[in-house]
Ligand binder design. Structure first.
Ligand SMILES: NC(=O)c1ccc[n+]([C@@H]2O[C@H](COP(=O)([O-])OP(=O)(O)OC[C@H]3O[C@@H](n4cnc5c(N)ncnc54)[C@H](OP(=O)(O)O)[C@@H]3O)[C@@H](O)[C@H]2O)c1
Length: 265
């Protein structure tokens, strides 16, 4: 399927590893020029090199820009620089977040604030900074990577679940205003996805339980209806479709990709 993405431009936040890197890689393979954002300059530069070297012959530029999206001034700076580097922005993928799991009463005040600042306010501020530019061009697609805890909160992820619920609401809420300017916004809510970070967690669990990582992985998979963990490539494939020319009537939607773990209405 021709997604019509060749020659487009995109900002991907949280693009130095995990789901963000995978989405960035997939966009670049379609010929999309990129701005990659994360806090750590070195890992961003490494991600940019990996994307360019794994490219399928496409020569679209990749610009790493380090920024802490938990700080309002940083969001404004990085949005300005991204528009300068890319010329214009067709696609924004909001994905940066820091996972904070643990019992609710052990969440520190600092962590509580950070989770809201980075994921909730970070996503909202990026939309406020970039969408007006898309609206002026009467064209654009925004994707928020949220999480299946938005509708089904997790006991060890209460604040993160709240933030995810807020972001689904935001995605739906702002979609009508954006639609008037032909800008679409959608959300993907992954379930437990096998990123490098999650793989390390499986390794630690395996060591603690005196078993292998494969056995722990099989155990996790048995807990979901499709008996498999979500792969980053699956999220990236759906991301491409949602920001592509192939889904022009899709906006204000959340698609849950979690192997059937949280069926609900
Ligand atoms: N993996 C899962 O199982 C899963 C499930 C449901 C939802 N999600 C959601 O999917 C998204 C990606 O998750 P992931 O597992 O791929 O994450 P990850 O592997 O931990 O990567 C997070 C990315 O965000 C960046 N980042 C973190 N804090 C930042 C900040 N303050 N400013 C700018 N960049 C920041 C990180 O780079 P630096 O540390 O260098 O800044 C990194 O590039 C998140 O929104 C997460 O909540 C993931």
């Amino acid at each position: 399927m021709d997604l019509g993405l060749k020659g487009k431009t995109a900002i991907v936040t949280g693009a130095s590893r995990g789901i963000g890197l995978e989405i960035a890689r997939a966009l670049h393979a379609e010929g999309v020029s990129l701005v990659l954002i994360a806090r750590t300059q070195e890992s961003l530069a490494q991600a940019a090199r990996a994307i360019v070297s794994s490219g399928t012959g496409e020569r679209a530029p990749v610009h790493p820009i380090a920024a802490d999206l938990g700080a309002r001034a940083e969001v404004e700076r990085v949005a300005r620089q991204a528009i300068e580097r890319l010329g214009h922005v067709d696609i924004l993928v909001n994905n940066a977040a820091r996972a904070r799991t643990g019992p609710f009463f052990e969440v520190s005040e600092g962590d509580l604030e950070e989770v809201w600042q980075v994921k909730a306010f970070g996503y909202v501020r990026m939309v406020r900074a970039i969408a007006p530019h898309m609206m002026a061009r009467h064209s654009g697609a925004i994707l928020n990577v949220v999480g299946n805890t938005a509708r089904t909160p997790a006991e060890d992820f209460v604040i993160g679940s709240m933030v995810n619920a807020a972001l689904v609401n935001f995605t739906r809420g702002v979609s009508r205003e954006l639609a008037r300017h032909n800008v679409r916004i959608n959300a993907i809510s992954p379930g437990w996805t096998l990123t490098e970070r999650q793989r390390r967690k499986l390794e630690l669990d395996a060591a603690a339980q005196g078993t292998t990582m494969e056995e722990i992985e099989r155990g996790e998979a048995r807990a979901v209806p499709l008996r498999r963990l979500v792969r980053m490539e699956e999220i990236a494939a759906l991301a491409l479709l949602l920001v592509s020319e192939r889904t022009p009537a899709l906006t204000g939607e959340e698609i849950i990709v979690d192997a059937g773990a949280t069926p609900g209405i």
